[in-house]
Design a protein around this ligand. Structure first.
Ligand code: MG
Ligand code: MG
Length: 258
């Protein structure tokens, strides 16, 4: 049985996810060639704590930092380090917070300076696959309706969908039921009710879909070394249309000024 949140609980989750949205925008102000991923992590940690919240990833399963910073062929779960960002890189930043006991979780893949046309197109298709998936997060639909929409859009661009990692329910825990795969068949999987809160997070590869795990125990990379992109929304399933708890508006205000 999937737990559906009350309107009040959805309201609290909205606040947590709004803080994640604002944290990602704060980080976006500082993404440029020459900056280390650890520097971005410190900025995010300060911002989150200044807003009376706790970084959700730090210590989660032993993860050492508050952001996952995944550059180029890194898919997800990259550990912030002294790696210096360079012109043409892309960086997926995944951020989680706990505010008033409720989790926020979302991710955005940023260009570092000017990126190639090929990579820009990968970002556009990955974002579009998220937007198409979220349209299916409507009461009465099934999880497979989201999965199938994400997959169709990503594959229509000639890209592949990572299989090993999936989206998830969100609430007083970071990962709740159901799993939300980014591939699958329409009309399959659990039925979604109003108030179900899920994270939809396509991880889309330019080359083959296979991934490998690094020896650090966290970082997931593409097996073929080609770039991968990742965008994530937290969304409350609602009647008629989805209630997206994440906003990329603040990030885009920053990016449009660059
Ligand atoms: Mg997530
Ligand atoms: Mg996330």
């Amino acid at each position: 049985m999937l737990y559906c949140k009350t309107d009040e609980e959805v309201g609290l989750l909205r606040e947590s996810n709004l803080l994640v949205s604002r944290t990602l925008a704060e980080v976006a102000c500082h993404i440029r060639p020459g900056v280390t991923t650890l520097y971005l992590d410190k900025l995010a940690e300060t911002f989150i704590r200044d807003h009376n919240a706790v970084p959700a990833f730090k210590g989660y399963g032993g993860f050492p930092n508050c952001l996952c910073t995944s550059v180029n062929e890194e898919v997800v779960h990259g550990i912030p380090s002294d790696y210096v960002l360079k012109e043409g890189d892309i960086i997926s930043i995944d951020c989680g917070v706990i505010l008033n006991g409720w989790y926020g979780d979302s991710a955005y893949t940023f260009p570092v300076g000017q990126i190639s046309g090929d990579v820009k197109r990968l970002l556009e298709y990955t974002r579009a696959s998220l937007e198409d998936g979220v349209k299916a997060a409507v009461a009465g639909n099934r999880v497979g309706d989201i999965s199938s929409a994400v997959q169709i859009t990503a594959e229509s661009g000639g890209y592949t969908v990572v299989r090993e990692l999936v989206g998830h329910g969100l609430g007083k825990r970071l990962h709740e039921a159901p799993e939300v795969p980014n591939y699958g068949r329409k009309g399959t999987g659990p039925k979604m009710g109003k108030g179900l809160v899920i994270c939809i997070e396509p991880m889309i590869n330019m080359g083959r879909k296979e991934t490998i795990q690094m020896r650090d125990g966290w970082t997931i990379k593409t097996a073929d070394g080609k770039p991968s992109a990742h965008f994530e929304y937290a969304v409350a399933v609602d009647r008629g249309k989805p209630d997206i708890l994440t906003t990329f508006k603040f990030i885009e205000e920053v990016l449009n000024k660059l």
